[in-house]
Design a protein around this ligand. Structure first.
Ligand code: CU
Length: 533
């Protein structure tokens, strides 16, 4: 299919943030779809009959994608080559769905090549390099989920063109009981020596699930532990008859990084196989070294250069990535997570997280015996880097002994500018919870001329994640903060057995991430000193 035909089929969409969060229930705009295919993951798919061997059908085809800054006033689209999953059925998207399995499972992907030159689907880190599939033909590729962790599947042909054009996705292999080091907690990797630094770190989260010994540093849950209990604060009037804690075990996120150049990708789509921009040297030269030109990024500019104008995390950017529960870790203090970062593109990124430092627990399949504790780490093209985030208290919380430790916080003084303020422990920050910025009722017009509420509640607590490779923070060469960004949300604290208040629009995203349907929408409860010792 030609690019022009795809363009004509596109409809122009303009959605509000609230609409976006509703869409994120599905797989269209909220981030990558997740295919859960393991028989060993009942907590994610209670009512699905899952087998250890899964058969998936994909079509290698092309698609026109609406980018984050695309709306009725601004054209921002990009031509892609994609793996479209047709069984089970998902919309065409790059990246392709995450395939989430348990170690020991087998994945069979029947792959149809609907494009005009040979392509393939390979996963070298799981030992699979597939033969070329000619145009119009198909092949079934068997991938054994033999190694725990996150793996990139992609078209390795004509490198790096086919991969960078969008033919890539992630396989996440979770550990099973067989991967447990006897007497110790599960890690995302499996089979580590008891003395290994990553094993000791994961033993220190929450408690040792085998011995029951609790951690002094990180009270809360072990990484492998979920929780469906009722809070001490559980209130049937707010929460309905069902417990709503719902914290999933093995909390894992994927940050699959890529970059896009609409001009260059369109040239590739319009070139004949083996010619022009499809020649790797030509593609690399344009993508990385085209000279600067003003207004180079806009799709309507017939001139301009061909360097990337979009920088994507799971195919999203700007507030689409920042507010997606599939991209941005959201949870309580005491609920540690692992983030698997894979760079499928050609640009080096350095993902910097606020609020918590993280441990670099694995790089390119090698588990780090002495993991370093940092706030930023570089991820080069084709690197696979794991951040383990402890979900400890943010370091700006005043503390007698040191950052983030689970002990009695310092006391505030009364603030005469805040009605009802009286001294209380600095954590949790109960006064911030009821502040809206700007003030509730502050309105602006959207592109359709409708009033939009601008006030955002300072709860749950949100901290940014941004890429220290600064050009990646833009889209179309435009405003900062529309590019490769995410964040981290603190929605409560297990130490105090409390949830922080959340308004309805945030709650829509949160309940998707937590795999639970609240019986009713949780309205913002009165705060005051609620829940505080
Ligand atoms: Cu920063």
């Amino acid at each position: 299919m030609g690019i022009q035909a795809l363009l004509k089929e596109e409809t122009v969409k303009s959605i509000t943030r609230r609409d976006f969060l509703k869409y994120s229930v599905g797989a269209v705009a909220g981030g990558m779809a997740v295919l859960v295919v393991s028989k060993n993951l009942p907590w994610l798919a209670k009512d699905m009959a899952l087998a250890a061997t899964q058969n998936i059908t994909m079509h290698m085809t092309d698609a026109m994608k609406d980018m984050a800054v695309h709306n009725s006033l601004n054209t921002a689209q990009c031509y892609y080559w994609v793996y479209q999953c047709t069984s089970p059925s998902y919309p065409a998207e790059s990246p392709a769905p995450v395939i989430m399995v348990s170690r020991g499972d087998t994945i069979n992907i029947t792959c149809f090549n609907d494009l005009d030159e040979p392509h393939t689907l390979s996963c070298p880190s799981l030992g699979v390099t597939s033969a070329p599939i000619p145009p119009g033909q198909s092949a079934t590729i068997t991938i054994p989920a033999s190694i725990c962790g996150a793996h990139l599947y992609y078209d390795h042909l004509n490198a790096p063109v086919n991969r960078v054009m969008g033919l890539h996705g992630t396989i996440l292999v979770l550990p099973t009981e067989a991967d447990r080091t006897a007497g110790h907690n599960l890690t995302p990797y499996g089979g580590l020596a008891a003395s290994h630094g990553v094993q000791r770190l994961y033993d220190d989260f929450g408690r040792n699930t085998q011995t029951g010994v609790r951690s002094a540093h990180f009270p809360g849950l072990a990484w492998e532990e979920g929780d469906s209990r009722t809070w001490a604060l559980y209130d049937p009037a707010i929460d309905g008859p069902t417990p709503v804690v719902n914290c999933p075990p093995m909390r894992s996120y994927i940050w699959l990084l890529s970059q896009a150049s609409p001009k260059l990708f369109a040239e590739v789509g319009n070139a004949a196989p083996g010619t022009g921009a499809r020649i790797p040297a030509n593609f690399m030269e344009a993508f990385l070294r085209d000279p600067f030109q003003p207004h180079a990024y806009h799709t309507d500019n017939p001139g301009g250069n061909r360097i990337p104008s979009y920088f994507l995390i799971n195919g999203q950017s700007g507030w689409y990535s920042h507010f997606s529960p599939y991209v941005t870790p959201m949870g309580r203090v005491g609920e540690p997570v692992v983030v698997h970062i894979i760079n499928a593109g050609l640009w080096a990124h350095s993902m910097h997280l606020h609020a918590n430092h993280m441990w670099i627990t694995s790089k390119n399949g090698a588990v780090n015996p002495n993991p370093i504790w940092v706030d930023v780490f570089r991820v080069d093209p084709m690197d696979r880097v794991d951040y383990t985030i402890p979900f400890m208290r943010p370091p700006d919380v005043g503390h007698p002994r040191g950052i983030g430790l689970p002990e009695t916080p310092l006391m505030t003084v009364a603030n005469p500018d805040i009605p009802g303020s009286k001294p209380h422990p600095v954590w949790p920050p109960v006064e911030e919870f009821n502040i809206y910025m700007p003030a509730l009722g502050t309105k602006a017009k959207n592109a359709a001329g409708q009033d939009v509420e601008l006030g955002q509640r300072m709860s749950p607590l949100c901290y940014p994640m941004h890429d220290h490779s600064e050009p990646s923070q833009t889209s179309q060469g435009g405003n900062y903060n529309t590019g490769l960004i995410s964040g981290i949300y603190f929605t409560g604290d297990r130490n105090g057995m409390m949830d922080f208040p959340m308004d309805e629009d945030f709650h829509m995203a949160y309940k998707n991430a937590r795999g639970c349907e609240y019986p009713i929408e949780r309205a913002a409860p009165p705060i005051g000193e609620i829940g505080h010792p």
